[in-house]
Design a binder for this molecule. Structure first.
Ligand code: IPD
Ligand code: CA
Ligand code: CA
Ligand code: CA
Length: 257
């Protein structure tokens, strides 16, 4: 299944790439939440091809109406993760596809066609970037950790969320090397998987933001949980905490303050 998926996703990457270099109109789903016709075009292409090839799976996708769709055996799609980057030609944007069987992550692909970087994982078989095995960083000194985060779209309208973002940065920034906000949750998880970042956390994400990145990270030796150190629930948890494993407890302790 993985090879077929990959072929289709690489094809969809040409739509993303064409859009990236084109003039585009932007619609607003909310104050900070952008969407373009390319998000929809990539999604429609993937949905059509996946429905043909993988009939036994339901499809959950960001720009679609996902009401009453069973998650158990599903393919969860983010057609363009990092739409703000995509719109502004920041080359940090990707197609993210996670395949779930019995609610368990089974195959994951994250593809950035602008940088031509394809991350892939299958349960129990490790993680790969452009065919080369990747592993998390071995750093165990929190002070040396490069940590990534994101700012939820709700921080534009919800004062409580904005305050929470700032509070966490206030606590974590003095204790680590530095913090990044590159604007793609899927790639943030892949960057922890490849050892670029030691850790990543964010709040208010949707299942499609992380449905693939979680497996890519855990298969590379990383750890993912909610803020209470329990298994991250794609549909219900507020915070995702993702690390190289060694720094997990320390990041959890800081986020709980
Ligand atoms: C967003 C990105 C971003 C994160 C936002 C997500 P989108 O996804 O992953 O990094 O901070 O919370 O919604 O809208 O570009 O697919
Ligand atoms: Ca979006
Ligand atoms: Ca997303
Ligand atoms: Ca998206």
């Amino acid at each position: 299944m993985k090879e077929k998926l990959k072929k289709i996703i690489i094809e969809a990457g040409t739509i993303l790439k064409k859009g990236y270099y084109s003039e585009k109109e932007v619609d607003f789903k909310a104050k900070k939440d952008l969407v373009t016709k390319y998000d929809v075009a990539v999604e429609n292409f993937l949905k059509e091809r996946f429905t043909e090839e993988f009939k036994e799976f339901n499809i959950i996708a960001e720009e679609s109406n996902n009401e009453n769709i069973e998650f158990n055996d599903s393919i969860i799609i983010d057609p363009i993760d990092g739409t703000t980057n995509f719109v502004n030609q920041v080359p940090h944007t990707a197609i993210s596809v996670g395949v779930y069987k019995n609610k368990k992550s089974y195959i994951a692909i994250v593809y950035n066609p602008i940088l031509d970087e394809l991350y892939e994982a299958e349960r129990g078989k490790g993680s790969f970037l452009n065919g080369k095995k990747i592993e998390v960083s071995k750093e165990d000194d929190f002070q040396k950790a490069l940590i990534s985060t994101g700012f939820p779209y709700t921080s534009g309208t919800n004062k409580e969320d904005l305050d929470d973002v700032i509070k966490k940065i206030n606590i974590i920034l003095p204790k680590c090397q530095d913090i990044r906000r590159l604007g793609s949750a899927a790639l943030d998880l892949c960057y922890v998987a490849r050892g670029t970042y030691e850790a990543y956390y964010e709040m208010n994400l949707k299942a499609w933001d992380v449905s693939a990145g979680i497996l890519i990270l855990t298969e590379a030796g990383g750890m993912v949980s909610n803020i209470f150190e329990k298994e991250y629930d794609l549909f219900n948890d507020k915070y995702i905490v993702a690390t190289n494993t060694k720094l997990h407890k320390q990041l959890i302790n800081l986020l709980q303050k």
